[in-house]
Write a protein that binds this ligand. Structure first.
Ligand SMILES: [Ca+2]
Ligand SMILES: [Ca+2]
Ligand SMILES: [Ca+2]
Ligand SMILES: [Zn+2]
Ligand SMILES: [Zn+2]
Length: 463
């Protein structure tokens, strides 16, 4: 993006009103402002004169920013133009845009480089981390902090005003860029989130003559996710910001924009599954145990309704999973059982205890169980009685599955959660909804669940 001919906001501030046909040297700064932020095409106007193209650009600027659309340089226009703002344009190629494009993945990484001495210690980084959490709480996007050596997607730091990738000289405070494929600063990674440390004071919270890091970071991270500037005054994505001010939560306008870019993954109904007490998946097959009649069933893991085939008994099941060519189930008498997944009746073998299980999953040679007392446990899938190890919490679980390196669970409050399958306590992240789940499993990069209304569903894993 060309940075020559930066507007002087001081020159704009001192400029008296101008109307169509007026010619004054300082008007060139108004024209440079309009050009810099996408309202006026380079070379398409007479410098220093409020000509027709300049009047049209003023009108567009006024309309977008809820000002009276006079097409003149008036006091209201002057006041807004001289407010501090984001360095990214409002329009591109003369076109206003609410969103640019989305990332083609939903797990992003970031790193910090240089902080600012305006704030104590690294409190500015904490403020940016809070802004990241605000966005990831609103849409199924995850941000993980990594080191600069780990190829981060986003690199965050403070810069001189004359920032080499996009100048922030003058009233512009910060800039970011749009996702790969629709960038205006760079299409390489990492994408920048840069704050001008030279010309502005930064603070954590509202402070006189200072800009709140979290407020500005929230705005810039909106660009990183693909949002453009909003014309809704008071929204996070509105391009201007005042000192001594905070806006640390998303408005309805911001939410509708970002949710259009990153919709929640939907469950697709793929058939029936009546009265399910436990579900597992192995090879290309789904297995389920049914409650009332204590039977075990098998069907193909295909995306349409097919019949379940009865392959034996499965009495009083409270949780089921499959691993390494075996089916496992926990029963309401606190026992754990194993059998081959063959399509005929065989006996289940008792391989130990499994107390108060509500759901089971299996991954990478480990069995996982969630219990009624809201704990999560892990044990080896050996045919002997071994101890389960407590690896954290799992509250109010209705169904559990494992896939890749992740555990998934559906809870009785109809949410779907994900965490790493690591042998220690970590938080579950909310990745959407899963209504009325009776049992859940996973296979070949899909999650499956049976619901209490006897339907079988499938969706993509992850956020
Ligand atoms: Ca600092
Ligand atoms: Ca600046
Ligand atoms: Ca500073
Ligand atoms: Zn911006
Ligand atoms: Zn930069």
């Amino acid at each position: 993006m060309a940075d020559e001919k930066l507007p002087s906001l001081d020159a704009i501030k001192d400029l008296s009103p101008a109307t169509l046909g007026d010619t004054r040297a300082e008007l060139v700064h108004v024209q440079r402002f309009l050009q810099r932020f996408g309202y006026l095409e380079r070379g398409a106007y007479e410098p220093q004169q409020l000509d027709k193209p300049t009047a049209d650009a003023l009108r567009t600027y006024q309309e977008r920013n809820s000002l009276e659309t006079t097409g003149e340089f008036d006091a209201g226009t002057r006041d807004l133009m001289t407010e501090s703002r984001c360095a990214l344009p409002d329009m591109l190629d003369g076109v206003a845009f609410a969103t640019r494009c989305a990332w083609n993945r939903r797990e992003l990484t970031y790193t910090f480089d240089i902080g600012t001495n305006d704030t104590a210690g690294t409190t500015e980084f904490d403020a940016v981390r809070r802004a990241l959490r605000t966005w990831s709480a609103a849409v199924p996007i995850g941000f993980t902090e990594v080191t600069a050596a780990q190829n981060p997607d986003i690199r965050i730091g403070w810069r001189p005003a004359n920032d080499p990738d996009l100048s922030m000289v003058g009233g512009t405070l910060a800039h970011a860029d749009f996702p790969p494929g629709c960038g205006v600063v760079t299409n390489a990674l990492p994408k920048p989130v840069h704050f001008d440390d030279e010309e502005h004071n930064w603070s954590a919270g509202a402070a006189a003559d200072s800009f709140d890091v979290e407020t500005v970071a929230l705005h810039e991270l909106g660009h990183i996710l693909g949002l453009g500037h909003s014309s809704v005054s008071g929204s996070v994505m509105f391009p201007t910001v005042r000192p001594n001010f905070t806006l640390q939560s998303l408005t309805a306008d911001d939410l509708s924009g970002v949710r259009a870019l990153y919709p929640e993954r939907a469950w697709q109904r793929i058939g029936h599954a009546n009265d399910v007490a436990g579900m597992a998946a192995l090879g290309s097959k789904l297995y389920c145990a049914t409650r009332g009649n204590n039977r075990l069933w098998m069907r193909d893991a295909v995306a349409w309704d097919v019949n379940w085939v009865d392959i034996g008994h499965a009495n009083n099941v409270v949780g089921m999973t499959a691993l390494g060519g075996k089916l496992y189930c926990a029963t309401d008498n606190n026992r754990l059982w194993m059998r081959d997944p063959v399509p005929w009746e065989v006996n289940w073998v008792d391989i130990g205890h499994a107390n108060d299980i509500v759901a089971m999953a299996a991954l990478n040679n480990k069995l996982y169980g969630a219990t009624r007392d809201n704990n999560l446990w892990m044990r080896d899938p050996v045919p002997t009685n071994v101890n389960w190890i407590d690896i954290g919490h799992a509250n109010d679980v209705a169904g559990m599955a494992a896939l890749g390196s992740k555990l998934y669970c559906a809870t009785r409050d109809n949410n779907l959660w994900m965490r790493d399958a690591v042998p220690w306590e970590i938080d579950w992240v909310d990745i959407g909804h899963a209504n009325d789940v009776a049992a859940m499993t996973a296979l070949n990069n899909k999650l499956y669940c049976a619901t209490r209304d006897n339907s079988l569903w499938m969706r993509d894993p992850g956020r």
